[in-house]
Write a protein that binds this ligand. Sequence first.
Ligand SMILES: Nc1ncnc2c1ncn2[C@@H]1O[C@H](COP(=O)(O)OP(=O)(O)O)[C@@H](O)[C@H]1O
Ligand SMILES: [Mg+2]
Length: 158
Amino acid sequence: MRTAKPVLRESHHKTKAAQETFDLGRSLSRQLRLGDVVALYGELGAGKTEFVKGICSGLGVQHHIASPSFIIINEYPLQLQGERATVNHIDLYRVLTTPDLLGLGLEEYFSGQGICLVEWADRAKSFLPPHRYDVRFQLGEDESTRTISIEEFDGESA
Ligand SMILES: Nc1ncnc2c1ncn2[C@@H]1O[C@H](COP(=O)(O)OP(=O)(O)O)[C@@H](O)[C@H]1O
Ligand SMILES: [Mg+2]
């Protein structure tokens, strides 16, 4: 039997505007290192892309971050800790079949040096590395409220 993966850190948040979700992403960006994977879960409009924009802003990505509609993976180059790095924004919303998923080369992305931000990460569950951040978004009691949980998992003892 697989034991549950240990959570290194866990935090729970309620945001009351898109800007607050952006700011939360920006603050998570300070923890991120090359090669990290951030898996984002939550329905359409829950705030995943707002959070991604905040992370990218915090990391210093200069490009406009689009909500990829037809493009599944956007790669943004940046300088991070004095090194050339890449942020891979992966949106699996339109990836509905296993062959499509297998064709994306996710193993390479997840084992590489780029920072991966993955929307609809539940669609790539079996590919996600044990050391990662899981960020879950839920719609709140009104249209501008969201609850967001952030967990960091320890890859070593998974
Ligand atoms: N607290 C909030 N956090 C994030 N987005 C919010 C919030 N309140 C309202 N919104 C709105 O909800 C939408 C979230 O869209 P988006 O980030 O693209 O969602 P997703 O990527 O999860 O589909 C945006 O239009 C944003 O302005
Ligand atoms: Mg999105």
